[in-house]
Write a protein that binds this ligand. Structure first.
Ligand SMILES: C[S@@+](CC[C@H](N)C(=O)[O-])C[C@H]1O[C@@H](n2cnc3c(N)ncnc32)[C@H](O)[C@@H]1O
Length: 208
């Protein structure tokens, strides 16, 4: 029997969706059925999707794929990228695709090589007994780097400095080269909560 994968996310459902959000999540999700072999951008665990929208606006010629198993987050992104009256995807967001589930299932079904893979504020799972739930294990970093095109990048940001140091250790173990620059990007909903009570997020960029 295949070993079951450890679950890296918390809830899949939160408060009840509005009628419009329910309709959108059931009928209008732009599924990633047309991912190009190279050049697309993937964001893992997009939360409410603020940064996916930024990516879509900043890269109108690229396909942006967001993966998120928390359906309320998917619903928030769907509400924000669709016309309130027609429920059509707004023209400026036509390059967004959504995988409403665990990214590992999406990756198993694609051969695409990405220009960028973003992971902003991965769940820190702060209790020692939950560390195994952290997404950025050494093996996962190795797996993701196999999905990068030449010169592609994995960009990770976290305001949990303990998790940051832990990720640096895993990145070193993975044998990939990386740097830790300062980045000026939009504040996501999770970052705004500043649960870790730190001054700012720290970033690591793993390079192909
Ligand atoms: C702490 S939240 C941060 C959300 C968002 N990036 C932000 O900054 O507001 C982490 C998100 O990662 C998602 N996540 C965890 N494991 C995942 C996986 N295997 N595939 C896709 N998303 C995942 C969770 O559902 C959660 O929404």
């Amino acid at each position: 029997m295949e070993k079951q994968e450890i679950r890296t996310f918390g809830r899949r459902h939160g408060k009840k969706l509005s009628a419009r959000q329910t309709w959108l999540t059931q009928n209008a999700i732009p599924h990633p059925t047309d991912v190009p072999a190279t050049g697309a951008i993937l964001e893992i665990g997009f939360g409410a999707g603020e940064h996916v929208r930024e990516l879509a606006l900043a890269n109108p010629d690229k396909i942006i794929i967001g993966a998120e198993p928390f359906m309320n987050g998917v619903a928030s992104l769907m509400s924000a990228i669709t016309d309130e009256k027609t429920n059509e995807i707004l023209p400026e967001y036509k390059n967004i695709r959504i995988w409403p589930d665990d990214v590992r299932d999406f990756l198993r079904g694609t051969d695409a090589k990405f220009a960028q893979i973003w992971i902003l504020h991965p769940d820190p799972w702060p209790k020692a007994r939950h560390e195994k739930r952290r997404l950025l294990q050494t093996e996962f970093i190795k797996l993701l780097s196999n999905y990068l095109e030449p010169h592609g990048e994995i960009i990770i940001g976290t305001d949990h400095w303990g998790y940051f140091d832990w990720i640096l250790e895993r990145a070193t173990e993975s044998g990939q080269s990386f740097e830790t620059p300062e980045l000026d990007i939009i504040q996501t909903r999770y970052q705004a909560k500043n649960m870790a009570d730190t001054d700012a997020p720290k970033y690591i960029i793993i390079k192909k």
